[in-house]
Design a protein. Structure first.
Length: 324
C-alpha cells in the first residue's frame, strides 16, 4: 500500500507539499499540483483519514450520551441523530451510561482531549458542575446543564396538558401518575408537573408512584405498575411513559381490569411499542424525528461556530388509541 512519502518521491516534491495538495490548503503551483495528483492516481494512494483529521484538528466523531441504548425512546432518538449526523459527514460514538460509573465524565474528557468534535448530552447523571462555563461544542437534550449550553427539547408543557385533558374526558375518580425520580432534573419533568396541576385543578384525586433514578429496565416499570394496583386498588386512570403505561396495561389484564371500560391508561412518548400490542395505546407522542434532526443540526453548528437558530420546544402530537 502506497504511503505519502511514495507519492512525494514519485512527484519529486516534499511530503508537506503532497499534504497541502490533498488537504486543499496553502499555495501550490498548478504544475506541482498536477504532478502530485498524477502520482496519487498512478500509485492508487488513499489518504489516511486519521492522519488528515489530526492535521485539521478534527475527528469527524460526535459523541451521544444517553441513559440506556435499549430503552425504546432513546433507541429511536439515537437512530434519528445518527442518520442526521451521517448526512453532515460525521460518525456517531455512543455512550450508554446505565450501570456504568462515571461514563458521562469519561466522554466529556474525550471531548476535552479532542478525541471527538462535539457531544450531545442526554444522560440523567448529575454532573452539572462539569459543564459550567465550558467552551466546547456541547448540546443538551431534555436537560438544563448551564446557561451556555443550548437545550433541544419537546414541548412538555403541551404534552402534560394533552395527557391530562385526555384522561379527564373519561371523568376519572382516582388518577395515578407513574413518574420518574425528580433528582434527574430533566426538562421532561415539566409534563408530569403540568399533568398533576391540571388533574388537581379538576378536583380529581391524584397519587404518584415514583420510579427510582436511572431505573430504565422493563422490570423497574413492571414493579411500579404492580405497586400502583397494590397501593391504590380503586385506581381508574393511569398516566406514565410508554414502558410504564404498557406495564400497567399488562398488570391490569392479570387483575381482570379492562381498558378502557373500567380503567383508562395514557402513555407518554408514543414510540412504536405503543402500537405493537393487541390494543393500540392512547398516547402523547414526542416528535422524535424532529428532535434527532434538531440535535444533530445544533451540534454541527456549534462545532462550526455558526449561530444557532431558535431552539423553541417542538410541538407534541396525540395518538388516538384503545386504552383511554
Amino acid at each position: 500500500m502506497a504511503k505519502i512519502k511514495d507519492v512525494a518521491s514519485l512527484a519529486g516534491v516534499s511530503t508537506s507539499t503532497v499534504s497541502l495538495v490533498l488537504n486543499h490548503k496553502g499555495y501550490v503551483s498548478a504544475a506541482t499540483r498536477a504532478k502530485v495528483e498524477a502520482a496519487v492516481k498512478e500509485l492508487h494512494y488513499v489518504p489516511s483519514e486519521v492522519g488528515r483529521n489530526l492535521s485539521l484538528n478534527r475527528t469527524n466523531l460526535i459523541g451521544v450520551i444517553i441513559p440506556d441504548v435499549a430503552h425504546p425512546f432513546f433507541a429511536a432518538l439515537l437512530h434519528e441523530i445518527e442518520i442526521a449526523l451521517y448526512g453532515f459527514g460525521y460518525k456517531t460514538m455512543i455512550c450508554s451510561t446505565g450501570e456504568k460509573e462515571n461514563a458521562e465524565l469519561a466522554f466529556l474528557e474525550m471531548l476535552r482531549r479532542h478525541t471527538m468534535d462535539g457531544l450531545i448530552i442526554g444522560a440523567h447523571a448529575l454532573h452539572f458542575e462539569n459543564y459550567q462555563h465550558i467552551d466546547l461544542p456541547v448540546i443538551a437534550f431534555d436537560r438544563h446543564l448551564c446557561d451556555e449550553i443550548p437545550v433541544v427539547r419537546a414541548n412538555h408543557h403541551q404534552g402534560g396538558e394533552i395527557a391530562a385533558r385526555t384522561l379527564l374526558k373519561r371523568c376519572p375518580r382516582h388518577v395515578v401518575q407513574i413518574t420518574s425520580a425528580p433528582t434527574t432534573h430533566t426538562t421532561a419533568h415539566e409534563h408530569e408537573d403540568i399533568f398533576a396541576r391540571c388533574v388537581a385543578a379538576a378536583g380529581v384525586r391524584l397519587d404518584s408512584v415514583v420510579i427510582p433514578a436511572n431505573a430504565l429496565q422493563p422490570k423497574d416499570f413492571a414493579r411500579a405498575a404492580h405497586e400502583v394496583f397494590e397501593r391504590y386498588p380503586d385506581v381508574d386512570a393511569i398516566s406514565g411513559a410508554d414502558l410504564a403505561a404498557l406495564s400497567a396495561l399488562r398488570e391490569a389484564s392479570h387483575r381482570g381490569r379492562r381498558c378502557p371500560e373500567d380503567l383508562s391508561i395514557i402513555a407518554y412518548d408514543g414510540t412504536y411499542l405503543t402500537r405493537l400490542g393487541p390494543q393500540t395505546m392512547t398516547a402523547v407522542v414526542q416528535p422524535i424525528p424532529a428532535l434527532g434532526k434538531r440535535a444533530a443540526e445544533a451540534i454541527v453548528r456549534r462545532i462550526r461556530r455558526e449561530p444557532l437558530p431558535s431552539l423553541a420546544p417542538i410541538p407534541m402530537t396525540f395518538q388516538p388509541g384503545e386504552t383511554c
